[in-house]
Design a protein around this ligand. Structure first.
Ligand SMILES: *Cc1c(COP(=O)(O)O)cnc(C)c1O
Length: 228
């Protein structure tokens, strides 16, 4: 069941990419496994899925201890600065940086360990008061400050539009995130090298996110089923 859903999403991802002239290889599928047990993650891994998104630190730590080393976890939930050390050990990427304080705490720990960590800045492009993320007009100033932290590599931006039944209503948010990323790229605010990552699109709106340039889609329900 989970394996079949993974295959189906991969097929859909490739079709959506081709429809807009993009290379499907440039879009990474992140399977969001929050609230699902290790057995579900292992079922997805058997279908070739190796990157998983988790929202909660303790849940991720409990699962990590039981998972093979080739499974990568990304933090897609809120992070408190007193949990920076645990987060830096558990995750290969953190998608939810939205304040300097948490970034500085991560950097301090990484410096001690002489390590680097890839992060994304979460932007609240939908200006949803219930959602985390830096407001678009404050994002440039935050990225400027993050550039002073040598052990963090800011790879791109992430967003979560306000939920709406109609996925078309997510499009303006995705487009705005893409536009912001392009502006910040031109200002040299991302880690050098590849074009910026755009983490956007979930089960109901990932096709639209792909049309608007997503390089990472975060899919939970469409792979694992409803969360309880
Ligand atoms: C839970 C979650 C997802 C996955 O949502 P689905 O609608 O189940 O695909 C994606 N991103 C974030 C930040 C989440 O918290």
């Amino acid at each position: 069941m989970i394996g079949r859903q993974i295959q189906e999403i991969r097929t859909e991802l490739a079709a959506a990419a081709r429809r807009c002239g993009r290379d499907p290889a440039g879009i990474k599928l992140i399977a969001v496994s929050k609230h699902f047990p290790v057995a579900a993650i292992l079922a997805a891994r058997a279908a070739g899925q190796t990157v998983f998104g988790e929202n909660y630190l303790q849940e991720a730590a409990d699962k990590r201890a039981l998972l093979p080393n080739d499974v990568e976890l990304h933090l897609i939930g809120h992070l408190q600065s007193n949990k920076a050390k645990a987060a830096a050990t558990l995750f290969t990427m953190i998608h939810t940086i939205d304040r300097f304080k948490i970034a500085a705490a991560l950097n301090r720990y990484l410096e001690e360990e002489q390590r680097h960590l890839d992060v994304l800045v979460q932007v609240n492009v939908g200006r949803d008061p219930k959602k985390a993320g830096v407001l678009p007009e404050d994002a440039e100033a935050l990225l400027d400050r993050l550039a002073t932290l040598p052990n963090l590599r800011v790879m791109g931006l992430m967003t979560m539009p306000p939920y709406n039944e109609d996925p078309e209503l997510s499009r303006p948010c995705f487009r705005e995130l893409h536009r912001l990323a392009e502006t910040f790229r031109q200002l040299g605010l991302f880690a050098a090298g590849a074009p910026p990552e755009l983490s956007m699109g979930m089960s109901h709106d990932y096709r639209i996110a792909i049309e608007e340039g997503a390089t990472m889609i975060r899919i939970g329900t469409a792979i694992f089923g409803e969360r309880y």
